[in-house]
Write a new protein. Sequence first.
Length: 424
Amino acid sequence: MITTIITFIIVFSILVIFHEFGHYYFAKKAGILVREFAIGFGPKIFSYRKGETTFTIRILPIGGYVRMAGYEEEADIKPGTPIGLLLNEMNEVTLINNYKKKQLLNAVPMEISSIDLENKLYVEGYIAGDETNLVRYPVLRNAMIIEEDGTEVQIAPLDVQFQSASLPKRMMTNFAGPMNNIILAIVAFIVLAFLQGGVVSQENTLGTIMPDSVAEEAGLKAGDRVVQIDDEKVTSWFEMVEIVRVNPETELTFHIESTEGTEKLVPITPVANEAADGTEVGQIGVQAALKTSLWDKISFGFSQTWFLMIQLFTILGSMFTKGFSIDMFGGPVAIYAATESVVQVGLIAIVNWLAVLSVNLGIVNMLPIPGLDGGKLLLNIVEGIRRKPLSEEKEGIITLIGIGLLLLLMVLVTWNDIQTYFFN
């Protein structure tokens, strides 16, 4: 269980870091201030500041986010709020402390009467609660705020907020997360090809013959080609596997073109084995041939990622042709259960699982649902057509509806997973 939990956290963290780094990188390139790069949700347990961005690890290790300036209310400091100010020698504010549990040495205590951290950049208030002493200080563009939860982030003037970037740059920033997940999947599949020594050939050529198997007893050798089984032509490895799979304990006649160039007929009876779903399947003890060239290994990353993308689009499309079913989805519980099985197989299975999840995360995030990256891109497209953005109020309502639907779906999926994996 410990190994599964650690693997689950590592796999999820890799997925999140790659996804959010895409948003982070292109936001920075667009001149958008990234205030926080968070791994996990909930209370902060660790933070490290580099440049303009605070990197945090939060207590729930599932998911993460990039806080870009303009996506939230920039200053939640209301009149009457007591704060502490650090000033430089020019009496300019370098830090605003709104964290009640931490008092700063040399901080000027102030009760806020007015504050603007987006346009005019100032704070105004009463020093030490003295209502006869109203003071106004200018705030530096790179001044910091210690927020109510203790996270230290930089203030965000309007020109570095998300909406100030051009529409193409904002679209690229929204698209970059799913794009990075697809790139991660390609890289993971390439690594997988190197780990397993090559790529499974789709040709009808035999690979390694397992010791003491019925294939070895029949005299089959690596490199032999299976061109026909009984009356069925065989043109690929997968066709041969399917014929063998559905014929346990049934004698089959293999038409073989041997490595020596001769042809022969070989009778083989597949051994019956129990599959994961409890059904009996036939096996003869042969592994697929591997293509081991550098090009084959690299191209596998692209071809396998594309194959999974097509599969996923097909499944999503079936929701409209065959109807919606909650069983089409799997949440964290299902992913954890699958991770438990993957861990038992080993590193190769874990890398493959990482790649599969990365493709899923990338494609699902591109769905045009408010709250997902695809929903944000849809709003960008609407803005491009209208030549002006939706009002903040309308966009906020649309986003809240989308997030609400996503949360409802997540609750239903999680409950369905719990029933499937714990009560069935």
